[in-house]
Design a protein around this ligand. Structure first.
Ligand SMILES: [Zn+2]
Length: 53
């Protein structure tokens, strides 16, 4: 399933690890950073992961 390496936006308090997450896909390239950034997992990603999407 599309679980991917963690990504976060520099100006956000959450990180994303599911490629189906629309918030993840909306991160502007200039704000995109690798890793969790020590942030909490996005609730949308958490739900997608839990549903196996
Ligand atoms: Zn997300």
């Amino acid at each position: 399933m599309p679980k991917v390496n963690p990504t976060h936006a520099a100006d956000s308090s959450v990180y994303h690890n599911n490629s189906s997450c629309t918030e993840r896909n909306n991160i502007e390239t200039r704000n995109k950073r690798d890793g969790t950034g020590g942030k909490t997992l996005c609730s949308h990603c958490a739900r997608l992961n839990r549903e196996g999407k």
